[in-house]
Design a protein around this ligand. Structure first.
Ligand code: NDP
Length: 313
């Protein structure tokens, strides 16, 4: 059997295991959360974000489903409310400072803060073998800076708790440093991204700026950037690396005020982003986010996951 076929078989087996794991209810002593636990999901109006909201609400968490188009978000939340779930909607555009500020005020006033943040909102304009960078600026800004905006805005609102607050960044294997199909050619730069001691916010910001500058100059194709879904891959490399950096920066918070931050790849999921061409369902794609967000005795931070297992950055 070919190596790729064996890998495919292993993945299918793991997805089957996960669908079984999902049927096992959390025991009372594992449930550190209650209806008072508040989870904020960005881009919750559709796709994986909608499903993450559903699965968190089904576990009894209060979910604030956010949507940049308020009317669409209200419709989505209504579906859950009719099903008896504690899901409420608020407008939020992760790139609009006024929208973020207004959301923070509302969240503080109505819920006193939050316990879980799922950074799910993102964009991608390529499918199949396409690799346009026409929307590179929007891709980098939404996926990386939008995630960063939310982390910075939400950290001061994260409630102290014994279990620790949690941030889950929805990312992608395409952002892997040494990914087979998508990696930066510059070995020195790859080494800097690999080593936590050399990762800085400036390194990430300068890398994405340099990519965008080359897109503007028309020189990006010879710049040694990832070959597949270039803008999206660069944006997710930035998200992954920022996750590691934030985990390090948050690590010295005292007991009772811990914030754990991790990222995960949902796999290739049947959503609008893939033109519904993915090979796994939204239920399976949302699973690892919910598992990470609710993990009892979570002591893990700054890691990358897929199918409920740690994978390399
Ligand atoms: P969708 O395109 O279905 O959903 C994306 C969501 O992000 C929508 O709700 C969209 O809102 C929202 N969004 C986009 N821009 C903004 C913004 N500026 N402010 C707030 N919300 C915004 O994609 P998926 O559900 O497939 O993707 C969800 C996550 O999973 C993303 O992070 C994606 O990168 C990641 N992912 C997906 C994979 C897949 O195979 N589908 C694979 C790997 C990772 P609106 O409806 O208004 O456009």
């Amino acid at each position: 059997m070919e190596k790729s076929e064996r890998a495919k078989e292993r993945k299918e087996k793991r997805l089957q295991e996960i669908s079984l794991l999902r049927t096992i209810p959390y025991s009372d002593h594992q449930r550190w959360w209650s209806a008072e636990t508040v989870a904020v999901v960005t881009g919750g109006n559709r796709g994986i974000g909608f499903e993450i909201s559903k699965q968190l609400a089904a576990q009894g968490v209060t979910v604030v489903l956010t949507s940049r188009d308020h009317s669409v978000g209200l419709e989505a939340a209504k579906v859950f409310q009719e099903g008896g779930f504690n899901v409420f909607c608020h407008q939020l555009d992760v790139l609009d400072t006024a929208s973020i500020t207004e959301f923070c005020d509302w969240l503080k006033q109505n819920y006193g803060g939050l316990d879980i943040l799922i950074n799910n909102a993102a964009v991608n304009f390529n499918q199949g073998f396409d690799n346009t960078v026409e929307y590179a600026s929007q891709v980098i800004t939404t996926n990386y800076y939008g995630t960063k905006n939310m982390i910075q805005a939400m950290i001061p609102l994260m409630k102290p708790s014994v279990a620790g607050a949690r941030i889950v960044n929805v990312s992608s294997r395409l952002g892997r440093i040494n990914g087979k199909r998508s990696k930066i050619e510059d070995v020195c730069l790859r080494e800097k991204f690999s080593n936590l001691d050399t990762i800085t916010e400036e390194l990430i910001d300068q890398t994405v700026s340099s990519f965008l500058q080359q897109v503007q100059d028309g020189t990006w194709e010879s710049g040694g950037w990832p070959k597949t879904f270039t803008d999206y891959s660069v944006s997710k490399l930035a998200v992954n690396t920022y996750t590691r950096l934030m985990a390090k920066m948050l690590s010295d918070r005292p007991e009772g005020q811990k914030i754990y931050i991790n990222c995960y790849c949902p796999g290739w999921v049947k959503t609008a982003m893939t033109g519904y061409a993915g090979n796994i369902s939204v239920e399976a794609g949302a699973d690892t986010a919910v598992w990470l967000a609710l993990l009892p005795d979570l002591a893990v931070t700054g890691k990358f996951f897929a199918e409920r297992r740690e994978i390399s950055f």
